[in-house]
Design a protein around this ligand. Structure first.
Ligand SMILES: Cc1cc2nc3c(=O)[nH]c(=O)nc-3n(C[C@H](O)[C@H](O)[C@H](O)COP(=O)(O)OP(=O)(O)OC[C@H]3O[C@@H](n4cnc5c(N)ncnc54)[C@H](O)[C@@H]3O)c2cc1C
Length: 461
């Protein structure tokens, strides 16, 4: 029997969409997942006996709007650690080695903080003009403030304030859709760093367990089913997978990442309308790379809580800039994590692990001297190269307007789209994926219940 809805992808958004449909009485659901597991970009790894997160790592709490992940985390008793970002001023290293003077870093950080506030106010002003959808880049906002970063120290602080979250530089990121960050404004600024041996992905497993059960009345899940083609018409869809299987249904929800939609993995028949394809092609899929290194012993300062993060300054912006020791999370682990993003991630992903280790060690030697040991183990996720992701998460580019973004998430006939990239407020985040799954499912429920199908008018956009 044909299911009435096929969901492509079993990451957070796909599972949350399926669960919402199921709870609304639509039980005839088939989930097709390309990989051999559920969870998508929530992906743990066993690294030298410790569980680390290759993908999503943090969720936030403490804001005026409840983050649904907090509730889910409580239900599964998810283990996490609140990071301490303080005291960067005492932990910022020069390119050639040695620390900057605390007061010099403080001065630069004060300017960056004041500039952020200006950008937030400017963004609110732009948003208040409902008639004109005007936007600029964050860099343009910084220039309007009159203090855009230029020295290596200003650049690394700017990276810490912006790229470290958006995974792209202020030059390309939308001011209006990034400032103030809805994630922190609404869901709060307490950064929970997940350190659970079951991985962050346990949240997706928890949701899936409630709908994928044994028996005929539950949601069906098939793993290792790489969807390559979705043929659609007003009367339904036929989905073809790489192993030659075909499945027909009344509707499909596509939860693959923006990077996948931009690649040639998935073909639509007929091709999606040009305006929809333009909306997909023009949005930004970034890369955020966390490199883990395990050492035989600790050679970095880690006494007390005010040392967790340290910065490395380089004339090449974003060159191994943000370091975090995991001594608090995993005592005695001797693991360091360094984060790089965007073009640096693209460059590094092409290198061998040995070449990456050599670069990272040269940086560490500048900071801690030549006598430090080589790592015993290194882990380098390559999200940009993986054909099921093609990047880590989306970022709103400057001058990409709301109308285009609405089109990005809009259904086309019986083909519905979900995923973190469709979230207006929480794009890039797990909570965004979770909430988008619910929103997309609710649109489809309306359609199935005869209350209007948004996709009808988009067949020829
Ligand atoms: C390195 C990194 C760090 C991050 N850090 C954070 C963080 O700290 N906090 C946070 O909130 N978020 C973070 N994120 C983002 C977060 O992981 C994502 O926003 C979220 O998990 C996306 O969920 P999704 O369901 O939209 O997409 P996905 O998780 O990508 O799910 C889509 C699923 O579709 C499958 N699929 C793809 N193509 C096909 C196909 N053709 N056929 C069948 N199945 C297919 C994929 O295998 C995948 O399982 C991070 C992501 C990365 C990569």
């Amino acid at each position: 029997q044909s299911p009435s809805v096929i969901v492509v992808g079993a990451g957070m958004s796909g599972i949350s969409a399926a669960k919402t449909l199921y709870e609304a009485g639509i039980k005839d659901i088939l989930i097709l997942e390309a990989s051999s597991r559920i969870g998508g970009r929530m992906l743990k790894a066993d690294f030298s006996g410790y569980t680390v997160e290759m993908g999503a790592n943090w969720y936030n709490s403490g804001g005026p709007v409840a983050n649904p992940l907090v509730d889910l985390a409580k239900k599964v008793n998810l283990k996490s650690y609140i990071n301490d970002y303080s005291n960067i001023a005492e932990n910022t290293y020069k390119q050639e080695g040695g620390l900057y003077r605390k007061k010099d870093v403080e001065k630069v950080d004060e300017v960056a903080t004041a500039r952020d506030e200006y950008c937030s106010n400017f963004s609110k002003m732009l948003s208040s003009n409902k008639k004109k959808d005007i936007d600029v880049s964050i860099l343009a906002g910084q220039r309007l403030y009159g203090r855009s970063p230029s020295t290596p120290l200003e650049m690394v602080i700017d990276f810490f304030h912006n790229d470290y979250e958006d995974a792209e530089p202020p030059r390309v990121t939308s001011l209006k859709h990034t400032f103030p960050h809805a994630q922190f404004e609404e869901h709060g600024g307490n950064p929970h760093f997940v350190t659970d041996p079951r991985g962050f992905e346990v949240l997706v497993q928890y949701l899936a367990r409630q709908i994928v059960k044994k028996g005929r009345s539950s949601v069906q899940l098939q793993l290792k089913k790489v969807v390559r083609e979705i043929a659609y018409s007003k009367s339904g869809v036929t989905v073809r997978t790489e192993d030659g299987s075909t499945y027909s249904a009344n509707y499909v929800i596509v939860s693959a990442s923006l990077g996948v939609l931009q690649s040639d993995l998935l073909k639509f028949k007929p091709t999606l309308p040009m305006r929809k394809r333009m909306a997909i092609s023009d949005f930004s899929m970034t890369i955020y790379t966390k490199i883990f290194m395990k050492f035989p012993y600790k050679f970095w300062p880690s006494a007390g809580p005010r040392t967790e993060f340290f910065l490395y300054t380089h004339v090449q912006r974003g060159y191994y800039p943000v370091w975090q020791h995991l001594d608090n999370e995993y005592p005695g682990s001797n693991i360091l994590m360094v984060t790089i993003t965007a073009d640096e991630s693209r460059r590094v992903e092409q290198l061998s692990n040995e070449a990456i280790q050599a670069e990272a060690m040269a940086v560490l030697k500048k900071m801690f001297g030549d006598k430090i040991p080589n790592p015993e183990n290194i882990l380098v996720p390559r999200w940009g190269l993986h054909r099921f992701y093609k990047g880590s998460y989306s970022n709103w580019p400057a001058n990409y307007n709301q109308e285009k973004h609405d089109l990005l998430g809009a259904p086309v006939g019986p083909v519905y789209f979900t995923g973190e990239h469709n979230s207006n407020k929480f794009l890039g985040y797990v909570d965004g994926a979770y909430l988008e799954g619910i929103a997309t499912a609710n649109d489809l429920i309306k359609c199935i219940k005869g209350k209007g199908c948004k996709g009808d008018k988009n067949m020829e956009v």
